[in-house]
Ligand binder design. Structure first.
Ligand SMILES: *[C@@H]1O[C@H](CO)[C@@H](O)[C@H](O)[C@H]1NC(C)=O
Ligand SMILES: *[C@@H]1O[C@H](CO)[C@@H](O)[C@H](O)[C@H]1NC(C)=O
Ligand SMILES: *[C@@H]1O[C@H](CO)[C@@H](O)[C@H](O)[C@H]1NC(C)=O
Ligand SMILES: *[C@@H]1O[C@H](CO)[C@@H](O)[C@H](O)[C@H]1NC(C)=O
Ligand SMILES: *[C@@H]1O[C@H](CO)[C@@H](O)[C@H](O)[C@H]1NC(C)=O
Ligand SMILES: *[C@@H]1O[C@H](CO)[C@@H](O)[C@H](O)[C@H]1NC(C)=O
Ligand SMILES: *[C@@H]1O[C@H](CO)[C@@H](O)[C@H](O)[C@H]1NC(C)=O
Length: 450
């Protein structure tokens, strides 16, 4: 009965879409506000340990992306972030299932999948800060069938002419630079929102249940929420046309950052807003997950750096170019552009340079006269995007360490790889991803007061 099962498939797909839409329209007319906390609140973690942890995590993540790019199979999805207790990730508070089980997940604009560890997860699980979610204790859990439009397995079979076998549940293995996690896809009701009044429960969210993994050593997060452009991401599944976040400064370990989903994400009435169009990904998955921007140049103070015009050129396979990413901490630039930035910083600083790479993993460090010395004043750095200048004060591109190291919070990589605007450079800005308008807007902000 191929005709009737096709028709059923179509009507179920419509049903899922209208349910999600109805849930958002009824109890979240103003959108959803979610608190984000930064991983590094532990006061025993020094700034340099923090940077090292963040860099190690960033590196795993980039390896994972390279793997994902290399694999043309749809079953290898853009890999979630490697966890490390000292890394500069932002955790999103949400809850899964019925009754809702609260957990914290890394908020990641650089990937799509929503996932958490699921019981039974006996031998090969990483430590997580919240109790393990058990699908059999939730009345709203369902295995996501392989013929669902959100099934990773259906995507993998698309174009092969093979239909998923009836009753099939999609299980797959996500590989990283240094590990793997085995995931099956489920469907659940998720609860978003920081306050009971502002809470929104959304049924039918496709997510990954991780039942075994290796190569993780986490304690800070119980999973990940992808906010990328792919169909599995939270923003795609909710169908929200925009979202925004505002990340509190790294020095401020007390206040929480904010993520706004839906209509409440707005910069209306905010002073100093700049906007730049997103650049469409020239390539398919996993690169079409990313929010590419058109970076045309960099200035330090009033000096435009002599970066060749092709330094940020986006290639047909999605490499090159620049993406904005909440899940990477330290901005990564191709070596040609990086060396111009490095030289410009060195030319303005009279302090001796020092090899701080062992302590911080960063390439350019200076030694302050003492561990309590204030760093010298530096002009702002401007990232020139198509139609918008993003002005980074010194504290958003230089990083101090409690031992007197003062380092450029940027890293170099081989030219031609994807350049990444990391979250350290995004602090103190309200950043709006307007998917409907295909623009990124941003304005300086006091994020703790948002
Ligand atoms: C998926 O397949 C099952 C079993 O063949 C069928 O009952 C169901 O309606 C299908 N769902 C969709 C979305 O096609
Ligand atoms: C996932 O892939 C890794 C690396 O290829 C392999 O070592 C591991 O056994 C796989 N895990 C499962 C559950 O298949
Ligand atoms: C995980 O991290 C802890 C503390 O950082 C360390 O003691 C432990 O050996 C690590 N475990 C693995 C498997 O790497
Ligand atoms: C953060 O909180 C701690 C203890 O609650 C307090 O001692 C400290 O002054 C606060 N720091 C800032 C920057 O507000
Ligand atoms: C913000 O402004 C735009 C256009 O000026 C308007 O369409 C939108 O409704 C406004 N949003 C809010 C939340 O006021
Ligand atoms: C990037 O912006 C420049 C002008 O600022 C424009 O000439 C160029 O076409 C843009 N490139 C893309 C890929 O949008
Ligand atoms: C990064 O820069 C350092 C010196 O600043 C250089 O030694 C290294 O080769 C560069 N790495 C890459 C990948 O270009």
């Amino acid at each position: 009965m191929p005709m009737s099962s096709t028709a059923q498939m179509a009507s179920l797909a419509v049903l899922i879409i209208s349910l999600v839409f109805a849930a958002l329209a009824s109890d979240a007319a103003a959108g959803v506000r979610v608190e984000l906390t930064r991983v590094h609140a532990d006061p025993s973690v020094t700034a340099s340990q923090f940077v090292r942890g963040a860099l190690r995590r960033d590196m795993h993540r980039h390896n994972a992306r390279k793997l994902a790019l290399a694999a043309s199979s749809g079953a290898t999805v853009s890999a979630p972030t490697q966890n490390s207790p000292t890394a500069g990730e932002y955790l999103m508070a949400l809850a899964i299932g019925t009754p809702p089980l609260p957990y914290q997940a890394i908020a990641d604009t650089g990937s799509d999948l929503i996932w958490t560890q699921c019981a039974p997860c006996t031998s090969q699980c990483f430590r997580q800060p919240t109790p393990l979610y058990n699908p059999s204790s939730s009345t709203t859990f369902a295995v996501l069938p392989c013929n669902s439009s959100l099934s990773v397995c259906a995507a993998a079979l698309a174009g092969t002419g093979t239909a998923p076998p009836p009753g099939c549940a999609c299980t797959y293995n996500v590989t990283y630079g240094s590990g793997w996690t085995s995931v099956f896809q489920g469907s659940e009701t998720f609860t978003f929102g920081s306050t009971p009044a502002g809470q929104s429960r959304v049924p039918g969210i496709a997510f990954g249940c991780s039942t075994a993994s290796s190569g993780f050593n986490a304690s800070s997060a119980s999973g990940l929420v992808g906010l990328g452009r792919g169909r599995l991401s939270l923003v795609s599944q909710l169908g929200v046309p925009k979202f925004s976040y505002c990340l509190t400064p790294y020095q401020d370990t007390n206040s929480t950052s904010t993520l706004l989903l839906g209509p409440s994400a707005s910069l209306n009435g905010t002073a100093g807003v700049s906007s730049t169009p997103f650049v469409a990904s020239p390539s398919t998955a996993p690169m079409n997950t990313f929010y590419y921007l058109n970076l045309t140049g960099i200035s330090l103070g009033t000096t435009a750096l002599s970066i060749p015009p092709d330094a940020f050129l986006l290639n047909a396979d999605g490499t090159g170019g620049l993406i904005i990413d909440s899940g990477t901490t330290i901005t990564l630039l191709g070596n040609t552009a990086y060396q111009q930035v490095r030289a410009a910083v060195v030319s303005l600083v009279t302090l001796p340079t020092t090899d701080g790479s062992a302590a911080t993993g960063l390439d350019l460090c200076f030694m302050l006269p003492s561990s309590t010395s204030a760093p010298p004043a530096m002009p702002s750095m401007t990232l020139h995007f198509n139609g918008a200048d993003m002005v980074l004060p010194a504290d958003s591109y230089m990083m101090s360490d409690d031992s007197g190291l003062w380092c450029l919070a940027m890293q170099n990589q081989t030219d031609g790889e994807v350049n990444i605007l990391g979250n350290y450079q995004q602090q103190n800005m309200h950043i709006l991803y307007d998917i409907g308008q295909e623009t990124l807007s941003f304005a300086p902000a006091k994020c703790s007061a948002l």
